[in-house]
Write a protein that binds this ligand. Sequence first.
Ligand code: HEC
Ligand code: HEC
Ligand code: HEC
Ligand code: HEC
Ligand code: HEC
Length: 269
Amino acid sequence: MKIPTSIFALMSFLACTLVLAFPAPAASQTQNVCIQCHGSLEGRLGKPVQQWQGSIHEQDGVTCNECHGGDPKDAVNAMSPARGFIGVPEEKDIPGICGRCHIGVNRDYLASAHGKALGKGGPSCVTCHGNHAINRASLALINERSCSRCHSYERAGELKDAMVKTETLITTMEDKIDTIRKGGTDTEPLEKALFSARNQFHTLFHDVDVKKVQNESARINRDLGKIDASLEAILKKLHERRIAGAIAVGSALLAALILYLLRKTYEKN
Ligand code: HEC
Ligand code: HEC
Ligand code: HEC
Ligand code: HEC
Ligand code: HEC
């Protein structure tokens, strides 16, 4: 005899409320019936909870229902289509689900060779990021194991090389700014400008356009290179113990320069 799903679901829920009565997890999770119930289930139904725990989405309160729909406050009707439950999303719907929050990334992805090949052998968001154990993204995601599943690694490698160069430059500049700050100068405008340079640089990837990434990276490197030279000059002055006031003015000018160069770079797109 087949037990109706809702009764089975209710029984599992009662069982897991008992289990969860002690040790109490974080408040938001106790109130979410998806996590309570699935946390007590075995196999493919329980694994998502373990994988999701510790993910960047858990840290930011992006819970099961944000991607699967449904009602996280009502154990009996949690998975009712009437409450917006969609079950396991089909591959073609995944970018749209992630894209509700990651709007810019989704736009770039859809316009890219990968997005255009969705459903025809191209990767979806979860191919590269995973579905439940999603962590902070970095260039480490571009690697031979992941990127040669469908095509040769060659273009992926070219793309990564260009991006790593810029990333390294930004990191060394951050270190220099840090030293200048410790020398007693207000570097906040400079830090902010570099932070926005970094953010704009990190939007390059999802286009997977090798030429564009190489050109943009080279241009950012050239522009940042000029600022880096000025940082070197400030550092030298700092070593010579010149007055902090002059350095503060220099640092504000550099911040303005970064912003100006960025605007110039991105207005061309
Ligand atoms: C009381 C227990 C219980 C609650 C509450 C619950 N689930 Fe489930 N869920 C199950 C069981 C049991 C299954 C497998 C049987 C089925 O598909 O109905 C399942 C299946 C699923 C599946 C896989 C469906 C498939 O087609 O393979 C997803 C996704 C899912 N649940 C997400 C959620 C989300 C999101 C919530 C909260 C809005 C939720 N569940 C609440 C018990 C629960
Ligand atoms: C960021 C979006 C997202 C969140 C948050 C999320 N899921 Fe999923 N889940 C997916 C996607 C996408 C799939 C489809 C799997 C695939 O194609 O990789 C999936 C698949 C599943 C499946 C089917 C697994 C299988 O092997 O058949 C279950 C069950 C499930 N999720 C439950 C949950 C539960 C419970 C939570 C909360 C702890 C949760 N999910 C949170 C996106 C999400
Ligand atoms: C081919 C693999 C791949 C696919 C497909 C992919 N990503 Fe990414 N994603 C990456 C890599 C690699 C990075 C890191 C880029 C970097 O550090 O500059 C990244 C970065 C990100 C970031 C961080 C962006 C930032 O500004 O720092 C988010 C969010 C993200 N991806 C979401 C998505 C979503 C949503 C989709 C689907 C619409 C998707 N990704 C599709 C590989 C992929
Ligand atoms: C309800 C909104 C929401 C949905 C839906 C969602 N995310 Fe997120 N995602 C977030 C938030 C909030 C963060 C944390 C942002 C931060 O701290 O930078 C995040 C972070 C990420 C990151 C790390 C970003 C970084 O800066 O490195 C990746 C990668 C990511 N999500 C991918 C996905 C994928 C893939 C999906 C779909 C399967 C998805 N997200 C669905 C809200 C969402
Ligand atoms: C699930 C399969 C799949 C995976 C995994 C995958 N790709 Fe692709 N990729 C494709 C398809 C399909 C195309 C379009 C056809 C082609 O150009 O080969 C493509 C094209 C590309 C292109 C050429 C884009 C253009 O406009 O010419 C680059 C670059 C690329 N992928 C980089 C990557 C990187 C980097 C990764 C790993 C982070 C990756 N790919 C992982 C399927 C995949």
